[in-house]
Design a protein around this ligand. Structure first.
Ligand code: NAD
Ligand code: ZN
Ligand code: ZN
Length: 359
């Protein structure tokens, strides 16, 4: 067994990450040790490294929460997964399993939850520990580098779209066509919605149209609310992955009466909601955070059947600061994924019965 591993560590908010050699951790009771094959880079990792949010991670921290890899060791009491299984490690690192939220499929709201790459060491490392009960089974045969972004971007937008309460054939707008947004367009298409894309970058909007958006609006040069009210009478649902107050204000005005705005983008500002308009138009505004393990399985299954595919830019762990700079500038389409090398496709330990229905 290898004793040392490379990891990207945040030592100070806003400072470059440092690649360090650390001892490979040992799995404790209920934990598994995972050799990372690939890890997506989410804008949340950048918020974490910059200390953008009111509740900040304790430093030093290894970010990363879109990790896929293979179990190489299991701690005491772990029957599942087994050594050799391919698993994903997502934002929801663990939860209590017993509170009302956990008992009702809302473990993402558990007050005792821990979060990968925020309160627990994350996936920007060659190895990481995970909670055996919260790793995500990766369907056999999944292409590992391209499936990684499902673990956060995919599940978050799939869940967020469901929570707009829009129905097949209705209009949804997606504000922010970055890592999350470009996957949202693909899920929205599968879910049978008519799609409007909003961003501040023409290349991202062109990409959104290629992926299936029939209306594309640059929020810098046009007022997206005005355009959508005029062209389609407002949208039934809007999914906001952009994080600025301005993007949220604009998104609110895209809605038709009875419409729902799902808030995904994690800005730290405050949104002023007009009371009269919200009441008279029966508008719903709701936050949405990642997705439960059940929703994760659904999101994964679409990807496993080749229906959702992240647009990937591969990078190495050593490139993480350059990747963060690109994310700050927002000058690329899709998602960066750190490629650690290894098998290209998911596989699992030989077993009978299989780990899950699709293995
Ligand atoms: P990203 O940087 O890849 O994408 C952001 C996109 O927003 C970019 O395309 C950018 O051009 C666009 N944008 C910027 N200003 C805009 C505006 N005014 N109007 C419309 N579009 C605008 O980031 P990402 O990885 O997709 O993450 C997006 C946000 O979602 C981050 O704040 C992240 O922390 C958050 N997030 C939330 C959850 C959750 O569970 N709620 C999960 C994952 C990420
Ligand atoms: Zn994320
Ligand atoms: Zn709980």
């Amino acid at each position: 067994m290898v004793e040392m591993m490379k990891a990207a560590v945040v030592h100070a908010f806003g400072a470059p990450l440092v690649i360090v050699e650390l001892p490979v951790p040992e799995p404790g009771p209920g934990q598994v040790l995972v050799k990372i094959r690939a890890s997506g880079v989410c804008h949340t990792d950048l918020h974490a490294a910059d200390g953008d949010w009111p509740v900040k991670p304790r430093l030093p921290i290894i970010p990363g929460h879109e990790g896929v890899g293979f179990v190489v060791a299991v701690g005491e009491g772990v029957d599942n997964p087994r050594v050799g299984d391919c698993v994903g490690i997502a934002w929801l690192h663990s939860a209590c399993g017993e509170c009302d939220y956990c008992a009702n499929g809302w473990e993402t709201l558990c007050k005792c939850q821990t979060n990968t790459g925020y309160t627990q060491s994350g996936t920007f490392a060659e190895y990481t520990l995970a909670d055996a009960d919260y790793v995500v089974p990766i369907p056999d045969g999944s292409e590992l580098v391209s499936v990684a972004p499902i673990l956060c971007a995919g599940v978050t937008v799939y869940n967020g779209l469901k929570r707009t309460d829009a129905r097949k054939g209705e209009w949804v707008a997606i504000s922010g066509i970055g890592g999350l947004g470009h996957m949202a367009i693909q899920y929205a298409k599968l879910m049978g919605f008519k799609i409007a894309a909003v961003d501040v970058d023409d290349e991202k909007l062109a990409f959104a149209s290629e992926l299936g958006a029939t209306i594309a609006i640059n929020a810098r040069s046009e007022d997206p609310g005005e355009v959508l009210q005029k062209r389609v009478g407002g949208v039934h649902g809007v999914l906001v992955t952009a994080s600025s107050v301005r993007a949220y204000e604009q998104a609110y005005r895209m809605l038709r009466p009875g419409g729902t705005m799902t808030m995904i983008g994690l800005g730290s500002g405050a949104l002023a909601v007009p009371i009269y308009d919200t009441v008279i138009n029966a508008i719903t505004i709701r936050g949405s955070v990642v997705g439960s393990r059940r929703i994760m399985r659904e999101a994964m299954e679409f990807a496993a059947h080749g229906k959702i595919k992240a647009a990937i830019h591969a990078a190495r762990l050593e490139d993480i600061n350059a990747v963060f700079d690109r994310l700050r500038r927002g000058d690329f389409e899709g998602r960066f994924v750190l490629d650690f090398g290894g098998p290209d496709y998911a596989s699992h330990a030989d077993r009978d019965p299989p780990l899950h229905a699709w293995a």
